[in-house]
Write a protein that binds this ligand. Structure first.
Ligand code: ASP
Length: 581
């Protein structure tokens, strides 16, 4: 046996016991006749003591050990005179009697400390060393705990975990596929799943009524900050359900996770429609930790001779409470913010409702006290409040104001990272127009069912058809989404038509599913939650990479194994592939 205990468990109750520990050398100190070594493993740190007087050979041997050497020691547990109350093992130390060097280590390229001197790239190249650091270990432990709790909860609800294939078929819907050439079927390719969507639906047809899988998905998208080409979903599907059943089931799961992992009780999740979310927050993933809802001003702000407002499709603003004392400089900064290309507004109108009851605005030329008073009434503003107003084309303006709202939330410290406000956003549009391809795309995916009452509009006004689709959003982050599915061949065919597929294309790509619908497909629906993002959120970080053992960088590369890489001429030949420049 290389150890009787771990480095995190010995304490005052083990005094005088003979024990054996193994681990890595965190650091060592020579103090006159004594050498102290901090020995580390996954569980903690234990102090080892070597005494020059009692065993000079052993002490000399200990002095030669470097950081990150792997050793195994036997010795006796003693009470420490100099106690460290910060760690569980801080009241004891081990008087070492035997030392065995299990492996040497080169000097690590960065310090294995909570606050390391290693930059991101270097830590990724030596991820196995980075993994030894406490913060990374804690993140992976959180991930494990959450996966376990998801499984426990879903198991308790009779869901069963079923694996679906990783080598599947490429389809043009959704994001770009990663493809894998087939050697045995030359000229043909598998695709890696963007999600197990069609398989989980087939499982419902197969009678498995409640499925889940914590599963890797792959999307070959241009990598925006903090996207991974491979990521993990908690993928679920249920048969014989309506939207409400799915929402209730997964609302309970979200609450369960908050309770058992963070000891936070979450109230009932608000449910708001996509339309409402856009109207009041300008976003389909609103951060509702703070209020600051949009107020539309078209009726009181137009036709007063201010061209910017008069020409606008939407005049809309937010109220920043107690900000009427903002300086010229602060307001200029906000104007610069909304003008950034990512935000996209042309300018910002402000109204200060001064403490003395007077008004000061950037549009005093066009609006008198009485006009401005009307605006403040719409906002239910009090003296001391500041109104920030944007105008322009509806969607663009909503989006820009949403950014400004979040920015103000940050500035006013209203986005407390320890507060969690999940909600459901429902009734998404079924389709969205895609300028590039000149056709409608499914907003969620093509298997999503339209709302029954909207089906008739599929041919006449497809843009107004609402879907039985929903997202779960937490603190402004989309954590997951799903829908009630189409389970009828005819409706699915109609949907493909609306998406611009010919009948042959639909049959060629999704015939397997449509055929399956003809053999007693039950009504079904489901959801998938982004597991990496959920864990990051629970961990209080924006970066999903911190919660993945071996993540890829922003260019989609694994810098440790140096992938992707070229393959040999032989492999290419075998696959009958040619690389052209
Ligand atoms: N497959 C969908 C996705 O990956 C989720 C779902 O509809 O269940 O977004």
């Amino acid at each position: 046996m290389l150890r009787t205990h771990t480095c995190g468990e010995l304490n005052i109750n083990n005094i005088d016991e003979n024990i054996k520990l193994s681990g890595w050398i965190q650091k060592s100190r020579d103090l006159g006749g004594m050498t102290f070594i901090d020995l580390r493993d996954r569980y903690g740190i234990t102090q080892l003591v070597f005494n020059m007087e009692t065993d000079s050979e052993l002490c000399k041997k200990a002095r030669k050990l470097g950081r990150e050497f792997v050793i195994s020691v036997s010795g006796k547990v003693k009470e420490r005179s100099n106690k460290n109350r910060k760690i569980p093992t801080g009241e004891i130390e081990i008087i070492v009697e035997k030392l065995n060097i299990l492996n040497k280590s080169k000097i690590p390229p960065f310090t294995i400390e909570d606050k390391t001197d290693g930059g991101e790239e270097l830590r990724m190249k030596y991820r196995y060393l980075d993994l030894r650091r406490n913060p990374v270990r804690k993140n992976l432990e959180l991930r494990h705990k959450m996966a376990l709790e998801v499984r426990k909860y879903l198991d308790s609800q009779k869901f069963i975990e079923i694996e679906t294939p990783v080598l599947i078929k490429s389809t043009p819907e959704g994001a770009r596929d990663f493809v894998v050439p087939s050697r045995m079927n030359s000229g043909e390719f598998y695709a890696l799943p963007q999600s197990p969507q069609t398989f989980k639906q087939l499982l419902m047809i197969g009678g498995y009524d409640r499925y889940y899988q914590i599963v890797k998905c792959f999307r070959d998208e241009d990598l925006r900050a903090d996207r991974q080409p491979e990521f993990t979903q908690i993928d679920c599907e249920m048969a014989f359900v309506e939207q409400n059943d799915v929402l209730n089931t997964f609302e309970k799961m979200v609450k369960h996770l908050f309770k058992v992992v963070k000891n936070i009780e979450i109230d009932k999740l608000p449910r708001i429609s996509y339309h409402t979310a856009m109207k009041f927050y300008g976003s389909d993933k609103p951060d509702i930790r703070f209020d600051m809802k949009f107020v539309e001003l078209n009726d009181v702000a137009q036709q007063k001779g201010f061209k910017v407002f008069d020409d606008a499709e939407l005049v809309v603003g937010i109220k920043a409470s107690e900000c009427a004392d903002y300086s010229r400089k602060q307001l200029d900064k906000l104007t610069d913010f909304v003008r950034k290309p990512q935000v996209g507004a042309n300018g910002l109108v402000y109204v200060k409702f001064n403490l003395d009851g007077t008004f000061k605005s950037s549009v005093d030329k066009f609006f008198n006290e009485e006009d401005l008073k009307k605006w403040t009434e719409k906002f239910d503003a009090k003296p001391g409040d500041l109104l920030l107003i944007l105008a322009g084309e509806k969607e663009k303006t909503q989006k820009a104001l949403s950014e400004l709202r979040l920015e103000m939330g940050n500035r006013l410290d209203l986005r407390d990272p320890n507060k969690f406000c999940p909600l459901w956003v429902t009734d998404f549009p079924l389709l969205e127009w895609n300028e590039e391809s000149g056709r409608f795309h499914a907003m969620h995916h093509p298997f999503t069912s339209p709302k029954k009452e909207d089906i008739d509009m599929l041919e006449t006004e497809p843009e107004n058809v609402r879907a039985n689709a929903y997202d779960v959003v937490i603190n402004g982050v989309e954590i997951g989404g799903g829908s009630i599915r189409i389970h009828d061949r005819e409706l699915q065919k109609e949907m493909f038509t609306a998406l611009g597929f010919t009948e042959e294309e639909a049959q060629e790509q999704f015939g397997f599913l449509m055929n399956a619908f003809e053999y007693g497909a039950p009504p079904h629906g489901g959801i998938a939650l982004g597991f990496d993002r959920l864990v990051a959120l629970f961990g209080g970080s924006d970066s999903i990479r911190d919660y993945i053992a071996f993540p890829k960088n922003n260019a989609g590369r694994d810098v440790m194994i140096d992938s992707p890489s070229t393959i040999s001429a032989e492999q290419l030949k075998e696959l009958k592939l040619k690389v052209t420049e």
